[in-house]
Design a protein around this ligand. Sequence first.
Ligand SMILES: NC(=O)c1ccc[n+]([C@@H]2O[C@H](COP(=O)([O-])OP(=O)(O)OC[C@H]3O[C@@H](n4cnc5c(N)ncnc54)[C@H](OP(=O)(O)O)[C@@H]3O)[C@@H](O)[C@H]2O)c1
Length: 315
Amino acid sequence: MPSKRILLLGGTAEAADLARRLAETLAAPDGVIVSLAGLVKPRRPLPCPMRVGGFGGVEGLETYLQNEEIGLVVDATHPFAATISAHARQACDRTRIPRLTLARPPWTAGPGDAWQEVESFEGAAAALSDRAQRALLALGRRRLTVFAGLTGIRFTVRLLEHDRHKPSHCRDSVYVVNRPLFQKDRADSRENSAPRSGFDFSRSALAAPADPLPLADYEVITGHPPYSLEEERRLMQEKRIDTLVIKQSGGAAGQAKLTAARELGVHVILVARPEAEPGECVATADEALAWITGSARPSRILASKSGHPFPGRRM
Ligand SMILES: NC(=O)c1ccc[n+]([C@@H]2O[C@H](COP(=O)([O-])OP(=O)(O)OC[C@H]3O[C@@H](n4cnc5c(N)ncnc54)[C@H](OP(=O)(O)O)[C@@H]3O)[C@@H](O)[C@H]2O)c1
């Protein structure tokens, strides 16, 4: 167990889970600091100090690690959050601070699944143009421009509420929360309880996004993940979806859309993950806790960026 503080880079369910487990385990209540970019907030309060907003690149993170006397960095960010993971590796290498990656395994296809894995978002657009008439895009809004040239496809675009607007740089909104989130803090000033999950099929939820999307023919639907199997089934049926396009994110919370697609015979295009940063890596919050408390070694060491991090495993 490191005597200095732990910086937990979060933004995922696994990171929130680990934060809660660490808070129960660590002797000092402020022994772990959770860092969020500020786009996604935890669904439930976290029982440890938190900071929100970018660090200002590798140098900013390096300075932060030194100023806050961080003894361990746990990178539990989303598998597609490649920039912050690269920054964490570089800053830890330079400061010689140990780093552990918590990365959930990717999904793997089972019997009855019709999956097509592509290497890039551009590959997903090419695959779509070959076959789709009604596609569900559940990718966030950042990479939608690659689908801009596609005609003859009706897109249903699923976004988080904050994604309805073009992203602003999170560095503008750095702030620190030194007590359990969120009841009175700025981070949650708009609502005191966790948002309910599911889609809102009401008129307001289906309204055009504040910033238009670069697609020829589309409608937007917003919701609060995780979505249940019933919700995923209903969405795909109501919109008569023939193709689902998603990132190879992995994780139990996103599994329902894949199950619904299999049941309904919907073709699935998965965009492969960016290469993981090399280093010590675990797959679950339990494994991370065991590693941090010294009771277990990592389940896997990523030797190079080209290595496939996990054996095939169904979530
Ligand atoms: N990408 C996804 O599909 C996805 C899905 C679900 C959740 N998330 C979560 O959302 C956050 C942003 O994702 P992204 O894809 O935009 O990341 P990204 O492209 O890797 O990072 C962009 C910048 O955001 C800041 N940042 C990202 N994660 C941060 C964190 N945990 N704490 C402090 N600063 C952070 C850093 O700014 P500076 O350079 O200024 O330090 C980073 O350079 C991540 O924390 C991730 O876990 C991402």
